[in-house]
Write a protein that binds this ligand. Structure first.
Ligand SMILES: CC(C)(COP(=O)(O)OP(=O)(O)OC[C@H]1O[C@@H](n2cnc3c(N)ncnc32)[C@H](O)[C@@H]1OP(=O)(O)O)[C@@H](O)C(=O)NCCC(=O)NCCS
Length: 217
């Protein structure tokens, strides 16, 4: 899919106004370099990183965080942002978590191809939430909103995949609450960078059809 045709015409400044409301005090705006300190803190928090492949380096420094955010927020001209900061209206300048949508046609090389037979564009995700905010339904709301507002409305995508370390119950429940179905466990399917560990991974799939597309709202 050609991003120039489906994307919005966005300049750097226009991204500042983008906002996706979730529920209550929670909303999404694009991740930015202003999030560097919070992002760095989160990637030094093992309560979060035990479930993530990142960070690549320990210690993970502010420079590492700045460099990672710069890479994450750099998109082709005209594409809708893919990396979103999760926010609480009570602390509007802070990051309480992050959600990223990876669109297969725009990622140079997917680390994992969930369905080699699939010829259509698909999307997959990365996310985490600060432990203080977990188990309130926030990530379920984020994932539904990103699928609907970005996957469906901006890019017309029907196929979605989720992947997590086997045994990550919070992630598994989040995918299932958004309508994803478990499809397989991949033995030694993923490498965690630090400390280096080879782990089994679980894969989930959501296929939106005419009948179920509104269920994600
Ligand atoms: C996984 C994660 C994103 C879930 O976010 P969340 O906002 O807490 O999830 P939600 O509240 O929307 O719902 C998920 C369900 O999982 C449950 N859950 C969340 N964290 C859990 C945990 N650590 N252990 C068991 N269950 C958990 C929630 O209670 C909820 O269940 P319920 O509907 O029966 O109440 C969050 O726990 C997290 O950031 N974990 C650390 C990083 C991580 O695992 N990232 C994902 C990598 S694939």
């Amino acid at each position: 899919m050609d991003s120039q045709k489906v994307g919005l015409e966005l300049g750097d400044d226009s991204q500042i106004d983008l906002k996706i409301d979730l529920f209550g005090d929670y909303y999404l705006t694009p991740l930015s370099l202003n999030d560097t300190q919070d992002f760095c803190n989160d990637f030094n928090n093992t309560e979060i990183t035990q479930y993530l492949r990142s960070p690549r380096t320990i210690p993970y420094t502010l420079d590492d965080a700045r460099e990672q955010i710069e890479k994450m927020i750099t998109t082709k001209d005209g594409t809708f942002p893919f990396c979103w900061g999760i926010r609480d209206v009570q602390r509007p300048h802070s990051l309480i978590g992050n959600i990223v949508i990876h669109i297969s046609s725009m990622v140079g090389e997917m680390k994992y191809v969930p369905n080699p037979e699939l010829r259509e564009v698909f999307a997959s995700f990365g996310f985490y939430l600060n432990p203080k905010y977990q188990s309130k339904g926030i990530m379920t709301a984020c994932l539904k909103a990103v699928i609907q507002k970005i996957g469906v409305e901006r890019y017309g995508i029907k196929h979605y995949y989720g992947e997590c370390f086997a045994g990550n119950i919070g992630s598994r429940k989040t995918f299932e609450k958004c309508g994803f179905k478990y499809i397989r466990t991949i033995k030694d399917g993923v490498v965690k960078y630090n400390p280096r560990q080879v782990k089994d991974s679980e894969v989930f799939e959501l296929v939106l059809t005419g009948e179920n597309s509104l269920l994600v709202l």
